[in-house]
Design a binder for this molecule. Structure first.
Ligand SMILES: [Fe+2]
Ligand SMILES: [Fe+2]
Length: 472
């Protein structure tokens, strides 16, 4: 179904045919806009931003680019196309037709999954709300705002499901999604990583590389859900999500490139004296964002994860491409855990290990990005290698909680940890230094802050010196 833009809420779900639902969502819409005004990018209401807006859900040509004031962005409800023959690919309902409505016994489970996913979307907008003031270029400012409006749209995607399929409980959850706020001591966001601050652009690029990528893996496993409207929502969200990770990966690449250029040009490792970000500091930020994001996958062995799978509500990454029985009742999976102060491998029932399996898929994906960063360093002739820390490093959730594990995977005493912590995680001084580089936003087209290289190409075929944001 085509996207109907004549409606107050653009959609491809024939919203106009369900007056009650339409009214309920039209009631929520002004509250969303109030939230955007209060908690979205600060002081930007009049800016005209070169943004993409979804005009179709087809893989080819789904987006339209043009100048938009963000409060006028057409946030809407877009589900990927329906496959009328789609069957559930795994678990107890394997081979049955996908559900077009919520099975009664799965109601609270599905609601919880949707709320948890939905909560992360506005949270990241809140975390990033001040970054526009220190943007290193118009190009980067535009990318930040593109991500922000799309996270807003992802909230819409989850709120639609809550309103359409969960009755009054769903409407209450939709309200609560606007009432919790990132870092709020009384009403925090649900997941830890979404209550951390994103105070500078190095953190922002690390966040979009590591934490938006967690989003990719959560969305991909929900895209396998037996509940078809959720699966179709997540499929389209994944299309948008790719750009967020691109911004993170290329952002870090450009900082690395700039740092390496300065190291070569001045024959020094001490690039702080030159106003750039040294590679060891980048490694520390990487360590922090990677471990915080690993926590988002949950416990290594989890009965919840097993139940989600068996019930058919949450599958594995690319479930239908995996060559096994899709029941997993007889198989096992090796996880890493700590026993008697040592890291050991332990086989657990594969059904219980689904969080860990998804985390493993995620780690491999992250590693491919790090490899590309290292290529840039190598090509510059600099002797340094970025590394993902061990999965047990600085964890707050799961088997490694309470243990001290070095980036290379050695279990440490508290004394050893304390002696090295400042080498592995950003110190107050590191953060103060990075913050000190974040000057007033660079607003001249084609100009870039000193610590970051220009991008290889612009957005939508535009040049790097295009006027991506117009201030009014
Ligand atoms: Fe998102
Ligand atoms: Fe995202």
């Amino acid at each position: 179904m085509a996207i109907d833009y004549s409606q107050l809420i653009p959609n491809n779900v024939d919203l106009g045919s369900d007056r009650r639902l339409q009214r309920a969502l039209e009631n929520w819409q002004p509250r969303f806009l109030d939230w955007w005004k209060d908690m979205g990018p600060d002081g930007t209401a009049a800016f005209e931003v070169y943004l993409r807006t979804a005009i179709s859900v087809d893989a080819n040509g789904w987006a339209n680019f043009g100048y938009v004031k963000m409060p006028d962005y057409r946030w809407g409800i877009f589900l990927a196309g329906q496959d009328p023959d789609r069957q559930i690919a795994y678990g107890d309902s394997k081979g049955k037709p996908a559900w077009q409505d919520v099975p009664g016994e799965l109601r609270s489970t599905l609601r919880r999954l949707i709320v948890t996913q939905g909560d992360t979307e506005p949270a990241s907008v809140e975390q990033q709300r001040l970054l526009g003031k220190t943007a290193p270029s118009l190009y980067d400012l535009r990318n930040l705002f593109q991500i922000n409006v799309e996270e807003g749209r992802h909230l819409w995607a989850m709120v639609y499901l809550l309103h359409a399929y969960f009755g009054r409980d769903g409407r209450e959850e939709a309200e609560a999604l606007l009432e919790r706020h990132s870092g709020d001591p009384d009403k925090p966001r649900i997941l830890g990583a979404f209550n951390e601050r994103t105070p500078d652009w190095l953190s922002f690029f690390m966040f979009t590389f590591f934490t938006d990528r967690d989003g990719k893996y959560q969305l991909a496993s929900l895209a396998e859900s037996g509940f078809d409207p959720l699966a179709r929502s997540c499929r389209f969200m994944l299309t948008e999500e790719a750009h967020h990770m691109f911004v993170g990966e290329t952002g870090i690449s450009r900082i690395i490139q700039r740092t390496c250029e300065l190291m070569k040009e001045h024959k020094t490792d001490d690039v702080r004296a030159l106003g750039a970000i040294d590679l060891p500091t980048m490694q520390k930020y990487l360590n922090f964002h990677f471990s915080v994001s690993l926590d988002l996958f949950g416990q290594e062995a989890s009965t919840n994860a097993a139940n989600y799978y068996t019930m058919g509500v949450k599958g594995r990454f690319l479930e239908t491409r995996i060559d096994d029985d899709h029941l997993l009742t007889g198989s096992s999976y090796e996880i890493e855990t700590i026993e008697d102060g040592r890291i050991v491998k332990k086989a657990v029932p594969a059904l219980q290990a689904l969080n860990e399996r998804l985390r493993q898929d995620y780690i491999e994906d992250c590693a491919r990005g790090v490899l590309r960063w290292n290529k840039i360093i190598e090509k510059a002739g600099v002797n340094f290698e970025m590394k993902l820390p061990h999965r047990g490093f600085d964890r707050r959730i799961g088997a490694f909680t309470g243990s001290r594990v070095s980036p290379d995977g050695t279990v440490l005493s508290e004394v050893e940890w304390k002696a090295n912590e400042a080498k592995w995680l950003p110190t107050d001084e590191d953060r103060a230094y990075v913050t000190s580089l974040m000057g007033p936003a660079v607003v001249q087209p084609g100009k870039f802050a000193h610590w970051i290289a220009p991008p290889a190409r612009g957005i939508n075929g535009q040049p790097a010196d295009f006027e991506y944001v117009r201030f009014n």
